[in-house]
Structure formats: C-alpha cells, structure tokens
Design a protein. Structure first.
Length: 228
C-alpha cells in the first residue's frame, strides 16, 4: 500500500498566519501526528507528502523522528485544488506503484488517524477498486431548494458522510483523474471518491471512525488539544 499525505492547504481560518496543519499542539505540528501513524504502519510501503516548498524542511526534520522504516519517498507540489494536489501526488508515485497497487489518500488536518482503520481498509479492498470509510447521519436529513425551502425528506439510512483516508487501486484511480482533466472537471470535484465513482470504479464503504475528525474550526482545534 502506498500513501499520499495532503498538506498543501493554505487556509488560515483558525487565525494566525500559517496553515492549520502546521499549528503546534504539545510541541508537535499537527501534520506530525499523521506522519507518525503512516510511517509506523507496516502496511504502508511508501509515502509521498504534498506540501509547499517552504514547509518541506520542517517536515523533513519531523520525518527523522518517525520514519525509522524509511518509507518517505519524496514531496509533491500542491495544486490549485485538493484534487489537483492528489493528482500531483499520484504522479510522484509513478515508478513506485504498479497498476494493481493500492494508494491511501489522507489529509494532514485529520491527525487522529489510527492504524486499525488503515488495516480495515486494506482488508476491505479485496474484490473492489476502492474503499471509503463513512459515518451514518445522526440527524434527519432534508433536501432544500435555492430559497432554503424544504423540497424533500431523504432516507437517513441511505445517506453517509465520507471521511479520509480513501483507498484506491492506483492504476484505475490515476486514469480516473486523467479523465477528469480531459473533461475539464478537476476544479469542481467535491471529494476524492468522485472521480473514481464517475469512472465506474467499484467502491465499497466501511464504518469510519468518529475520532478521525478534520480540524476545521477553532472548536475542532480545542477538542484535539484536550484529547491528544
């Protein structure tokens, strides 16, 4: 299994003048928590990190502490969108990953990734083209129109919230992204599984992890500070 860790986001909605994945919690950058899990997981054979050049030295220093197995194989440049960053990471894996190899895509802003989830995803991939961890919706879900008026009541048991990481067969997923580029759709993708689904890849879902939340708001950051 190969891995791509996305750390190219530049958003500063949490305040300060640096991206959230480089905030320090307990004297460690948030990205370091994911690096530790990925580098320590024996299912991961190689790791590409998508990060801006100005942060690569700090990441390289962190890798010296966690990457005892030397799985880190290089950096890729961030793209204009998350999906372009993923594509750059996929290109960086060329020559390392075979058509039938699997590639795990994770966000640095989800620092509570567990090795058990990675293993569960790897086990679930057999017979499929990809694996997506999902969480059930806890609230009643409605469809609303452009004015905010309720237009339909959706079946809650059929609605799931997708999480990262996502796992795909490398060759098929690379081709799915190339098709999106050809169609001019890379700028409008809502999630990493969208190119796979539109390409007809067979994606299975497995139970996600409530702890594997994305740090998006100040409240998320405070929650992580109290839990780590």
């Amino acid at each position: 299994m190969r891995a791509i860790l996305l750390s190219g986001g530049t958003g500063t909605r949490l305040g300060g003048d640096i991206p959230k994945q480089y905030f320090k919690v307990n004297d460690r950058m948030i990205i370091e928590y994911s690096i530790e899990t990925l580098a320590g997981c024996k299912d991961i054979e190689s790791l590409v990190i998508v990060a801006d050049e100005k942060w690569q030295e700090a990441i390289t220093t962190a890798l010296k502490e966690y990457d005892d197995r030397h799985v880190f194989s290089g950096f890729a440049a961030p793209g204009e969108t998350r999906q372009w960053s993923i594509y750059n990471g996929l290109l960086a894996l060329k020559g390392q990953a075979g058509e039938e190899d699997s590639v795990l895509i994770h966000d640095a802003a989800r620092p509570k990734l567990k090795e058990t989830l990675i293993k569960n995803m790897g086990n679930a991939l057999k017979g499929y083209d990809g694996v997506l961890p999902v969480l059930p919706m806890k609230d009643t879900v409605y469809k609303v129109d452009g004015t905010g008026k309720i237009s339909a009541l959706l079946e809650r048991k059929e609605i799931m919230a997708g999480q990262a990481p996502e796992l795909f067969l490398y060759g098929k997923y690379l081709k799915a992204n190339e098709q999106m580029i050809e169609d001019g759709r890379m700028g409008s993708i809502n999630g990493s599984t969208e190119p796979a689904f539109l390409a007809g890849m067979d994606i299975v879902t497995i139970p996600g992890d409530e702890d594997n939340y994305k740090i998006t708001t100040v409240r998320d950051l405070e929650r992580f500070r109290t839990e780590c």
